[in-house]
Design a protein around this ligand. Structure first.
Ligand SMILES: NC(=O)c1ccc[n+]([C@@H]2O[C@H](COP(=O)([O-])OP(=O)(O)OC[C@H]3O[C@@H](n4cnc5c(N)ncnc54)[C@H](O)[C@@H]3O)[C@@H](O)[C@H]2O)c1
Length: 330
């Protein structure tokens, strides 16, 4: 099969590419390296087994000619390219909106033209400011005002979902929408505000681990291998066409507990320092207190449950950063 992954040099995209290459598929990617580096895919480029299977294009999804060529020759499309990460969104509000709305429109228009299966990566952020758990796919989206620009990411991704579903309803486009909750593992960048790599890198470097607010806000984490398996199963499942599905972890943990656990596991002398949100971010920021997915729908569609528990996730991710110290930046 020929697989196209937009954002294929990114964290999730590069793991997805690797998994498909390992099973002998041809993989095409398009990525402009906005929030990633070629280093993420260098081992795939260098692997002689993948010489005739892997076709990376360093370009933007706004290059419609290139995108047309790629969508035209591939059998399925994973649309992972996006402006990602709270810090990145707050620093680049306009280009992030354009990437996340117009970029997705480009991909969907072409998938419709060529009648290709397409999976759209959405996010748990679309739920917004809920305090209850677990979050079910039919829950309301509750956002803050438009002067809090952090909500633009959630709103843009929600717009992607509306657009994808409209294509499905109007033309029968075989589209799959996944709401990813915090996905973690090797190659995730800490640079744009992702909490787990940030905590681990600061602990390893003996720098203060910075916990925003009171630290009582909670998250779940899913290991990249589990997520990749879910994505691949989902795009092969006809009954998932036109559906919006959560993919996430089941162990809820507060950010304060996470910081303590990482400090302990890395035997780090780092101080755990609480800093107010308005010191960490601009005043455009509001946090989500809880983010725990209901996984019932995903289980009923593909029989998937996360296999890798939080303890193992932390061990594996810490190991990755300890083994590759040159990647440790703060
Ligand atoms: N990692 C998570 O926990 C998480 C959670 C929710 C949603 N998601 C979604 O999953 C997808 C992948 O995220 P990730 O964690 O791998 O992030 P990532 O930043 O590693 O990957 C995104 C990739 O898209 C590329 N990109 C950005 N703009 C582009 C453009 N105009 N043209 C081509 N490529 C472009 C970036 O360079 C990057 O390689 C994104 O859509 C993101 O919104 C991720």
């Amino acid at each position: 099969m020929r697989i196209l992954i937009t954002g294929g040099a990114g964290f999730i995209g590069s793991h997805l590419a690797e998994k498909y290459l390992k099973s002998g598929n041809e993989v095409y990617i398009i990525d402009n390296l906005a929030t990633s580096t070629e280093e993420n895919i260098q081992h795939l480029i260098d692997n002689p087994d993948y010489k005739n299977l892997f076709f990376p294009t360093i370009d933007t999804i706004f290059n419609v000619d290139k995108l047309t060529e790629l969508v035209g020759i591939c059998d399925v499309v994973f649309h992972m390219a996006a402006a990602v990460g709270v810090e990145y969104i707050l620093k680049n509000p306009l280009s992030s909106i354009v990437t996340n709305i117009r970029g997705t429109e480009n991909v969907l228009d072409l998938c419709r033209k060529f009648k290709k299966r397409v999976l759209i990566a959405s996010t748990s952020e679309v739920y917004g400011k809920h305090e209850h758990a677990p979050l079910v796919e039919t829950d309301n989206s509750i956002y803050g005002p438009s002067n809090k620009s952090r909500w633009s990411y959630a709103a843009a991704k929600l717009m992607d979902e509306f657009t994808a579903l409209a294509h499905h309803r109007e033309s029968g486009l075989p589209v799959f929408i996944v709401r990813l909750f915090n996905t973690v593992g090797p190659r995730q960048s800490a640079q744009y505000g992702m909490v787990l790599p940030r905590f681990i890198q600061r602990a390893i470097n003996h720098n203060p681990i910075l916990v925003y607010g009171d630290g009582k806000q909670t998250r779940t984490f899913t290991y990249i291998d589990d997520v990749v398996e879910a994505l691949i199963k989902l795009i092969e499942t006809d009954k998932a066409i036109g559906e919006v599905v959560n993919i996430g972890g089941s162990e809820e943990i507060s950010m304060k507990s996470l910081a303590l656990r990482i400090k302990e596991m890395t035997k780090s002398p780092s101080e755990i320092r609480h800093i107010p949100y308005d010191e960490a971010f601009t005043k455009d920021f509001e946090d989500m207190r809880r983010r725990v997915p209901s996984l019932e729908k995903l289980y009923s569609l593909i029989g998937w449950k996360p296999q890798i528990n939080l303890q193992t996730i932390l061990e594996k991710t810490i190991q990755f950063y300890q083994d590759i110290p040159q990647k440790v930046k703060n």
